[in-house]
Design a protein around this ligand. Structure first.
Ligand code: HEM
Length: 98
């Protein structure tokens, strides 16, 4: 084992963490912001759907803070997100996963 082993192992871990953070940031940023933008455009064009989404937020979350436990509970909003991704996919499946 070389005297610099500890340093280079620490460097590799740090480098890997930076690369993973960048992957998550790039993979998660444009996709999430794109879907949210299209979702709000679609909801603003459909007042009935917007009202239903607002009612669901009032019913499931109310006026308190949003917590992790709320995330799977609004089925109408989840369906709106799925419909948005179907109509306006913000990321396409690559050939590698086919
Ligand atoms: C609406 C939001 C999102 C959409 C539409 C989306 C879409 C996708 C799609 C279609 C793929 C597969 C790409 C392929 O076939 O190669 C993918 C992979 C991936 N996504 Fe997302 N994504 C979203 C949010 C996020 C977020 C928030 C993160 C992380 C914070 C993330 C991290 C990743 C990673 C790391 C991969 C690669 C997985 C692998 O190859 O094993 N995504 N995403």
């Amino acid at each position: 084992m070389s005297p610099t082993h500890g340093t280079s192992a620490a460097h590799r871990v740090k480098s890997s963490m930076v690369q993973n953070a960048l992957t998550l940031l790039i993979a998660g940023h444009e996709t999430t912001s794109g879907m949210s933008s299209f979702l709000f455009i679609m909801l603003l064009k459909k007042p009935r759907a917007l009202k239903a989404a607002q009612n669901e937020v009032d019913k499931v979350i109310g006026t308190g803070p949003i917590t992790i436990d709320h995330l799977n509970k609004p089925p109408y909003i989840a369906a709106c997100m799925r419909e948005t991704l179907q109509l306006w996919p913000t990321a396409l499946e690559s050939a590698s996963s086919q």
